[in-house]
Design a protein around this ligand. Structure first.
Ligand SMILES: Nc1ncnc2c1ncn2[C@@H]1O[C@H](COP(=O)(O)OP(=O)(O)OP(=O)(O)O)[C@@H](O)[C@H]1O
Ligand SMILES: [Mg+2]
Length: 112
């Protein structure tokens, strides 16, 4: 299994959620975060306002998925979240050792 961590622009959340649901994703964590990327300290536009501070609001998505769909889902997120402007986000992929569905005790890919 893989853990996909993606930061996206907040206004893209609904579109990305829909695209992931259509692609078969059944579980997702969403957190509102602040962060910075390559333009640290420089201007980025968010909701019409210019942020000149280091931290800009983003949404972080975390999905644990089967190995054989990870690349495809990264592409779905990447294509859907892209505006072509700075601050579109980053996607990281990590290995996951184990998952457990608490209700049933199922483990591994059966649990996700
Ligand atoms: N190396 C990193 N490690 C952890 N989080 C990161 C990293 N780079 C970016 N992020 C997170 O991703 C968010 C968006 O980054 P951003 O899209 O601005 O990256 P970038 O490299 O500056 O790309 P761009 O030039 O398109 O703006 C940041 O606010 C931060 O939360
Ligand atoms: Mg940036």
């Amino acid at each position: 299994m893989k853990l996909i961590i993606a930061t996206i622009k907040p206004f893209k959340l609904e579109e990305v959620r829909e695209a992931l649901t259509e692609a078969g994703v059944r579980g997702l964590m969403v957190t509102e975060i602040k962060g910075f990327g390559a333009q640290s300290g420089h201007t980025e536009i968010y909701r019409g306002a210019e942020y000149v501070v280091n931290f800009v609001p983003k949404v972080k998505l975390e999905l644990v998925v089967a190995d054989n769909v990870a690349d495809q889902l990264v592409e779905v997120i990447s294509k859907t979240a892209q505006t072509g402007k700075i601050g579109d986000g980053k996607i990281f992929v990590l290995d996951v050792e184990q998952a457990v569905r608490v209700r049933t005790g199922e483990t591994g890919e059966d649990a996700i």
